[in-house]
Design a protein around this ligand. Structure first.
Ligand code: MG
Ligand code: MG
Ligand code: MG
Length: 308
């Protein structure tokens, strides 16, 4: 077992999962708790890499599993099926999250901070304030990047006034032009060229479970849906392989146009018709266009979950 308290976000980590882990480590250290370390549960995506390169820092170390009794702090997730292997037997000291609470249970009391904000880093921003710690440039950029990523530059319907206020203040501390920096960061994440189809469908995939019905909602950001759909046939093979391997009843890949705020979905699996009911659309060639839909958390998942 590791001596340190490990801080990490969800599998297939996004910018919020990586940056909020790093920020919570900083926050703990500023509070005099030095025995903490940020970790990651998978590869860093290109958007997050842009942030790390911008700051000239390296990614947290990879964590593959935890031993029984390992002390951990979760950020940006709570569901065990999105967490590290062995989480059921770990000692969860805290959760800082902005998602629904599901598939989660502990045997001991814990700190649990859940707010329905657009981003985990917005919650951490408020913790800095509450604890009276100064926010320095590095953590300002980490938190701003998380907020930009999760809210798609405040355009996602998940965006709250708290996110707007935090991002504005963080932009000032970081001395960056949020629009310019944010667009470059988001665009860095849409460079999908050198990913295989198998990697693409797993890049930002969330495993979900509704009363034993297993399904996955994956998402890729793009500036051209058309470009991604050129790979539809191979993407479908990769999705079908995932369905087979993990006994899924549904796999939805949302291809999200970050400039126009729409998504095209590819839906496969025995329960693919669930998405037709969920969004009142007809699947054609396994795809459907969802106008104005960009948020998995607020728009895609709840509608599918209801109909599973
Ligand atoms: Mg996340
Ligand atoms: Mg998040
Ligand atoms: Mg996301």
């Amino acid at each position: 077992m590791e001596n340190k308290i490990l801080i990490f976000g969800h599998k297939n980590p996004d910018t919020d999962s990586i940056c909020s882990s790093l920020v919570l480590e900083i926050l703990n250290k500023k509070s005099g708790k030095n025995n903490v370390e940020a970790r990651r549960l998978g590869n860093v995506n290109k958007e997050t890499q842009y942030v790390l390169d911008y700051l000239g820092i390296s990614a947290p170390e990879l964590l593959e599993s935890v031993a029984e009794g390992q002390e951990v702090c979760l950020v940006d997730h709570n569901e065990f099926n999105q967490s590290v292997e062995g989480i059921e037997k770990a000692k969860i000291l805290s959760v800082t999250d902005h998602h629904r609470i599901a598939n989660f249970e502990t045997s001991e009391p814990l700190y649990y901070t859940a707010k329905p904000y657009g981003c985990t880093s917005t919650i951490l921003f408020e913790e800095f304030k509450m604890l009276g710690h100064e926010i320095e440039k590095k953590e300002a950029i980490l938190m701003a990047s998380s907020i930009i990523s999760d809210t798609l530059l405040l355009k996602s319907p998940t965006t709250t006034d708290y996110d707007k206020k935090a991002l504005e203040e963080l932009g000032k501390i970081a001395e960056i032009d949020i629009e310019k920096y944010g667009l470059e960061m988001l665009k860095a994440g849409t460079d999908l060229g050198d990913f295989s189809e198998e990697e693409l469908v797993n890049l930002d995939a969330k495993s979900l479970d509704k009363d034993g019905h297993k399904f996955v909602i994956a998402q890729v950001n793009t500036v051209s849906i058309e470009d991604v759909l050129k790979r539809q046939e191979k993407l479908e093979s990769a999705i079908n392989a995932e369905i087979e391997r993990n006994n899924l009843e549904l796999f939805v890949l949302a291809i999200t146009d970050i400039l126009n705020s729409n998504s095209e979905i590819i839906a496969l699996g025995a329960k693919a018709d669930v998405v037709e009911k969920a969004f009142g659309v007809k699947l054609e060639n396994n795809t459907a266009f969802l106008e104005g839909v960009v948020s998995r958390k607020k728009q895609i998942l709840p509608n599918i979950d209801k109909n599973m």
